[in-house]
Structure formats: structure tokens, C-alpha cells
Design a binder for this molecule. Structure first.
Ligand code: NAP
Length: 432
């Protein structure tokens, strides 16, 4: 059988999974590729570090130039995280005539246009299924299988670490710190989990999906975002009582004036598929104008789920399928217009609002009066019973009907300034 030389750069969590799949299941990959994917080089920083995979002699190296010079290698899985040296190495690989597969969403979200342009100039390709939602094949689905559709909306859980933490807070009543510590112990969260919990990672993935779904260029930093790091446990409990779960949602919707994009914790009705996504799982709900709603659910991270996507990309690249789609899709090409953002103030939505108020007569009327001034009508009010006579404030939760973001923001500010309302009222969108 014909052999295609393949290589891996970076033998961390994902790299080890990829090596294991290539070495242990060569028959499987050969059946799908119609050729053997022959692993010839695995490049790392430190060759003395213990690894969980047994490589054939002579494959492990810390010398990237050996791989660059080897013309028998056609496909390289580039599995180093972060921006540099990942960007420079990817350019070197492309320039040496190799097609690249990557799982690095941060690199693509930051430098996608440059890297894709360079690959096109050189007649090479970049495949990146694993960069969004790990093992869920969402890139191929939105860019190929659903290509007869205009995608009209997308709602997704794209960060497994955040979902694990809020599932723990919601299901077991854990507080944020202990849920985060547990996620770190299980290896689900980075030593520095900031980008997972502050919404950056989800915004980077949403920027990639927004480009594929809506055909427009957007930089992740332009997407309004809030993470889970400031969620109060009491809001998880009140939401649950009202029949909702709080989830970190990456949201995109096509409206007349452009695309609405945001990443934020939102209330999702219990029982809806997105509300039931537990632990470190990811899910994506896409609505196409022809197909209607389609739902994807699976493991968004982890060595083997991510390796599943990487190896599938290596097979597609080796047989030449990636080259065709890469060329026709013109990803991040200059000709694409920039996305028109629907003005954030015009976003319509329902809201959950919580105010901690002084327990005295008339306060609820003052709050509802302020909301009325901003044309925000109330769907329901929930007031928790006072626990003791000495309690200084009591929480009032209001669920609104549809209102503009700008009106909700202005009303919240006015209410926060009332002397009977304690600091920091809270507001979440209700996904509808
Ligand atoms: P990781 O465990 O930190 O591994 C990174 C690897 O890159 C290490 O083996 C490291 O070598 C190697 N490396 C770093 N700098 C290098 C250099 N200059 N030359 C050669 N090798 C170098 O990372 P990971 O979790 O596997 O993630 C890899 C990529 O996949 C990231 O972009 C990540 O965002 C993405 N991703 C990860 C997951 C997941 O579940 N982990 C899921 C989806 C996407 P040494 O081992 O010698 O230090």
C-alpha cells in the first residue's frame, strides 16, 4: 500500500493522543485514507521528558529542521499551544511544502487571516477541525454538510472547563473556588484558567464559527464577552428554582442589520438540550434556513476526542479532500467583508434581574416603576423570604419580557442608584 509521510509537532495531551491513534490504529486510518499514514517525526522541546506513548526508534526529536528538510513528509499535525513559536513554526512548515493540521484556536483567532493567506499563496492547506469543540465535527458540518443553508443562528457551549465548573455549582451546590480547584485537579483547567473562565476561549472559538457560518471576518476581541468567574451561587439557585440553568453561551444571530455576537452566562430553560449539557461536554445548536435546527453534542476536549478530529483532518489532507475545500472556501480571504455587528444596544432579549433590597414597604413598587419608565414589562417576580429579622437586605428576582439591551442597561443603572438597593444588582439574558 502507498505510504504518506506524516509528522507531529508537540507531544502534549493532544499530540500523544494523535500519535497513539496513528500507531495503534494504522489499519483503520489506512482503510479510510487508501494509504498508510507513516509517522516519521515527532518534534518536541524536551526529548528527555517521560511520555505516555511508545514511539518507534528515531521518531522523537527536538530538531525541527530535520522535519522541515524531509520532503517525504506531506502532512504535519502542529499541536503546540499559544501564539509563538506556534505561528512561526506553522509558517515554516507551509513554506517547506507541507500541509498543516492544527488544534490551536488561539493562533487561528489571532492570526488566521495571515496564515490562511500564506497557505493559499503557497498552494498549501490548513485544516482545523479540532480547534473548535474538540471531538465534535462542527467545522466540517457548518462549512460542508450545511453549505446549502444560510445559518441564521448559533448557540453553543464551547468551553468545557466553564461548563464543568457551573455544572458542579448547579448540581452539587459547590462554590466557584472549589469547583475550579476540582477542575484543575482533574486536568480539565489550565494552571492559569483565566482564558477559560473569563470567556476568552469561547470568544476565540465563536470568532472562527462566525466566520464559517456568516462568511464574515471578525476578531475575537470585538465580541462582547463575560465569563463565569463572577457568577454568584445564589443566582444559580434562584435560576434553578425558576426552572432554568445558567450556562456560558456563545451566541450568534443573523438580524437585518448584521450579526449579533456575544459570549455570556445566560439562563437556559431546564430540559432544553443546551441546559442539559453536563460536566466538560460541549454542544452546538445551529439553525439553517433549509435544514432547521441541528444539535451537536460531545467531548470538546481531552487527548482522544481532540485526536479523533486531528487524525480525521490528517486523513482528509493526505487524500486531497482538504486541499479542495480549503481552496473553494477562501477562508479569511481579503475579499470577505467585515462583519456588520448589530449594535449591542439594539439586542432584544428577556432578562433575569436580581436586586438585593432593604426589606421595607414600597421598594418593589419603586423598582417596577423604574423598569416601566424604560418600557420593560415584567413576566414574574420572585422574592425570597427573609431568613431572620436581622437580615439587612432581601433578594428580589425579576424575569422580564423582551426588552432592548440599552433599555435594560439604563434601567439597571437607575435602580442600582436607589438608596434602598444594595450594590451590584445582577442581570443575565434568558436564552429564547
Ligand atoms: P500541551 O499538553 O501543553 O502540549 C504542547 C506540546 O508542545 C508539548 O509537547 C511541548 O513540548 C510542545 N512544544 C512547545 N513548544 C515547542 C517547540 N518550540 N518546539 C517543539 N515542541 C514544542 O498542549 P495540548 O493540551 O496538547 O494542546 C495543544 C493544542 O491543542 C493547543 O493549541 C490547545 O489549545 C489545543 N487543544 C487542546 C485540547 C485539549 O484537550 N488539551 C483540546 C482542543 C484543542 P514538550 O512536551 O517537550 O514541552
Amino acid at each position: 500500500m502507498e505510504k504518506t509521510g506524516v509528522a507531529i509537532v508537540g507531544l502534549g495531551n493532544v499530540g500523544q493522543g494523535v500519535a497513539q491513534l496513528l500507531l495503534d490504529h494504522g489499519d483503520r486510518t489506512a482503510r479510510h485514507a487508501g494509504r498508510t499514514l507513516w509517522l516519521t517525526h515527532v518534534v518536541v522541546r524536551d526529548i528527555t521528558k517521560p511520555r505516555n506513548v511508545d514511539l518507534p526508534d528515531g521518531v522523537l526529536t527536538d530538531d525541527l529542521s530535520r522535519l522541515i528538510r524531509d520532503n517525504s513528509v506531506k502532512v504535519v499535525a502542529q499541536l503546540i499551544g499559544g501564539i509563538e513559536p506556534a505561528r512561526t513554526i506553522m509558517l515554516q512548515l507551509l513554506e517547506s511544502g507541507k500541509d498543516v493540521v492544527t488544534a490551536n484556536k488561539a493562533l487561528l483567532a489571532e492570526h488566521g487571516p495571515e496564515l490562511f493567506d500564506r497557505a493559499r499563496q503557497l498552494g498549501r492547506s490548513i485544516a482545523f477541525e479540532a480547534s473548535v469543540a474538540g471531538g465534535i465535527p462542527i467545522i466540517t458540518n457548518v462549512s460542508q454538510c450545511l453549505s446549502a443553508n444560510q445559518i441564521v443562528s448559533l448557540r453553543a457551549i464551547l468551553n468545557g472547563t466553564s461548563n464543568y465548573i457551573i455544572s458542579k455549582m448547579d448540581g452539587e451546590g459547590s462554590d466557584y473556588r472549589s469547583a475550579l480547584a476540582e477542575a484543575q485537579q482533574l486536568g480539565l483547567a489550565e494552571a492559569d484558567p483565566a482564558m477559560d473562565v473569563d470567556g476568552t476561549d469561547a470568544a476565540q472559538k465563536l470568532a472562527i464559527l462566525a466566520h464559517l457560518c456568516f462568511g464574515a471576518r471578525v476578531h475575537w476581541s470585538e465580541i462582547p464577552r463575560r465569563g463565569i468567574d463572577s457568577i454568584d451561587e445564589c443566582d444559580m439557585q434562584f435560576s434553578k428554582h425558576l426552572g432554568y440553568r445558567i450556562k456560558l453561551i456563545a451566541f450568534a444571530k443573523l438580524v437585518g442589520s448584521g450579526v449579533q455576537l456575544m459570549v455570556a452566562p445566560m439562563l437556559v430553560k431546564s430540559g432544553e438540550p443546551l441546559a442539559e449539557v453536563k460536566a466538560n461536554f460541549n454542544a452546538i445548536s445551529v439553525v439553517g434556513d433549509a435544514v432547521g435546527p441541528v444539535f451537536f453534542h460531545g467531548q470538546g476536549a481531552g487527548p482522544m476526542p481532540t485526536a479523533s478530529a486531528v487524525v480525521a483532518d490528517m486523513i482528509d489532507t493526505a487524500v486531497g479532500r482538504t486541499a479542495i475545500t480549503f481552496k473553494t472556501l477562501e477562508l479569511w480571504a481579503d475579499g470577505h467583508k467585515r462583519v456588520d455587528f448589530a449594535s449591542p444596544g439594539d439586542l432584544e432579549g428577556r432578562y433575569y434581574m436580581r436586586f438585593d433590597v432593604v426589606d421595607q414597604p414600597g421598594v418593589l413598587g419603586q423598582i417596577t416603576g423604574r423598569l416601566g419608565q424604560h418600557r420593560i414589562s415584567i413576566a414574574s417576580v420572585y422574592q425570597h423570604e427573609t431568613q431572620s429579622d436581622r437580615q439587612q437586605t432581601v433578594p428580589i428576582v425579576i424575569m422580564t419580557h423582551h426588552a432592548k439591551e440599552s433599555a435594560a442597561r439604563a434601567a439597571m443603572k437607575q435602580i442600582a442608584d436607589m438608596p434602598t438597593v444594595a450594590d451590584s444588582p445582577e442581570r443575565f439574558r434568558i436564552l429564547s
